[in-house]
Write a protein of this length. Structure first.
Length: 117
């Protein structure tokens, strides 16, 4: 599994971004895929997860919505706030979604989101 997160950038408060997570090996359909945000100087916190089969998907904030298709997993982020600034990582784990980082086996390199006026 080799995950690639993309779609980050700089936006103003209230703006939107759509992040994508792909896997060159095509294994995403078999895993739960989580999105984690790491703000400067902080740990990684779960913002969304899309399960593969068990309905354990969640979004930590109503402004965020995770989705998936055959080839990728997405994180739609709307009405962005300055506190959403950070590096966003996608990660996969077997079984259902979890908000804890230690269950995720493979991680992408992260994509930077900066929300600033």
């Amino acid at each position: 599994v080799q995950l690639q997160a993309s779609g980050g950038g700089s936006v103003q408060p209230g703006g939107s971004l759509r992040l994508s997570c792909t896997d060159s090996g095509g294994a995403l359909p078999y895993y739960a895929v989580g999105w984690f945000r790491q703000a400067p100087g902080a740990g990684r916190e779960a913002v969304s997860c899309i399960s593969s089969h068990d309905g354990s998907s969640f979004n930590a904030d109503s402004r965020f919505n995770g989705s998936r298709d055959t080839n990728a997993v997405y994180l739609q982020m709307n009405n962005l706030k300055t506190e959403d600034t950070g590096v966003y990582y996608c990660a996969v784990q077997s079984g259902g979604c979890s908000r804890r980082t230690n269950g995720y086996k493979f991680w992408g390199q992260g994509t930077l989101v900066t929300v600033s006026s």
